[in-house]
Write a protein that binds this ligand. Structure first.
Ligand SMILES: NC(=O)N[C@@H](CC(=O)O)C(=O)O
Ligand SMILES: [Zn+2]
Ligand SMILES: [Zn+2]
Length: 345
């Protein structure tokens, strides 16, 4: 049995850092485990321009712990009005690494998102020309479509037509949750990748309802049935470079989760690598963890792999009941449970 894992320093290819006091509270957790992260732009108001991304990037750099060399990789929030000129500015900036598609109404702070991809043709065409990746929250928003089917329907109704119209567009299908998405990404032609969260590898939808409703297991896209979780584990541990790590760590204050209309999002930055190690070990695939965590994402984003290593040790560690969150409280995923691994840096 392996008791110590040494990996190339990993990166998080899908992360929510928020802003202000919340940013200051959560950034050290990510900066401790990851060298870089793709930072989601769904602030209020959203990060829609390169100028706003530059300012947000400075706030993140200023919030880093003493001595940290963590590098935020910025993204722009695609809207119906994003221009080809804005995409060109982003591509030239050197610090914007992707543009994010939120179908309007699909998830947290997506109100300003895209109402109709037909309105984004100029921006998508510019992205294709500049080699700028499109990160996709892949769910349809139609209230008539069952919540659990929204990812599958998105593939058929939105993603396949989009990629047919823009075959050179580099796409990251974010936080995939279904066998349908894993199969699509594995078999699709052209440049496509997918991020997979630790929680979608570890839990199925029963976790949301164990003995009562469990708001801290509620995220979007929502956890699915066991057969989908198994398909995600198979994809993540397959060694296929299209699948890579993206925590989708999405902090919300405890009172905003434990509410009559609780926010979607799981906080996993505190124990991200421990959670992934647990999932990979259960699949007898610890030997595949490094490439998933530290190689394939960098390769997709055409960035150098990190120098240096990190270590995980087999040791019991209780997940805290709550963490400070800028004057409020933040409940990490699986609070109170015991992890079998410890990230030691
Ligand atoms: N994943 C989530 O459940 N929530 C994310 C938004 C997102 O990634 O869809 C958030 O910003 O809170
Ligand atoms: Zn999302
Ligand atoms: Zn997210």
């Amino acid at each position: 049995m392996t008791d110590r894992l040494t990996l190339t320093r990993p990166d998080d290819w899908h992360l929510h850092l928020r802003d202000g006091a919340a940013l200051a509270a959560v950034l050290p957790d990510t900066a401790r485990q990851f060298a870089r992260a793709i930072v989601m732009p769904n602030l209020k108001p959203p990060v829609t321009t390169t100028a706003l991304a530059a300012e947000y990037r400075q706030r993140i750099l200023a919030a880093r712990p003493e001595g940290s060399d963590f590098e935020p990789l910025m993204t722009l929030y695609l809207t119906d009005n994003t221009s080809a000129e804005e995409i060109a500015r982003a591509a030239e900036s050197g610090f914007v690494h992707a543009v994010k598609l939120y179908p309007a109404g699909a998830t947290t702070n997506s109100d300003a998102g895209v109402t109709d991809l037909g309105k984004c043709r100029a921006a998508l065409d510019a992205m294709q020309r500049h080699g700028m990746p499109l990160c996709v929250h892949g769910e349809v928003t139609d209230r008539d479509i069952d919540l659990f089917d929204r990812e599958k329907v998105f593939i058929e109704d939105k993603l396949i037509p989009l990629r047919r119209d823009f075959p050179e567009l580099r796409v990251v299908f974010e936080h995939i949750t279904t066998q349908d998405a894993a199969d699509y990404v594995r078999e699709a032609e052209g440049e496509i990748g997918a991020t997979i969260t630790a929680h979608h590898l570890l839990y199925n939808r029963n976790a949301i309802f164990v003995g009562g409703v469990r708001p801290h297991w509620y995220c979007l896209p929502v956890l699915k049935r066991e057969r989908h979780r198994e398909a995600l584990v198979a994809a993540a541990t397959s060694g296929n470079p299209r699948f890579f790590l993206g925590t989708d760590s999405a902090p919300h204050a405890k009172q905003d989760k434990e509410s009559d209309c609780g926010c979607a999002g799981c906080y996993t930055a505190w124990h991200a690598m421990e959670l992934y190690a647990t999932a990979f070990e259960r699949a007898d695939a610890l030997h595949r963890l490094e490439a998933f965590s530290s190689h394939f994402g960098a390769d997709f984003y055409r960035l150098p792999r990190n120098q240096g290593t990190v270590t995980l040790e087999r040791a019991e560690q209780v997940i805290p009941a709550s963490l400070p969150f800028g004057g409020r409280e933040l409940v990490p995923l699986a609070a109170g449970e015991t992890l079998g691994w410890r990230f030691t840096g």
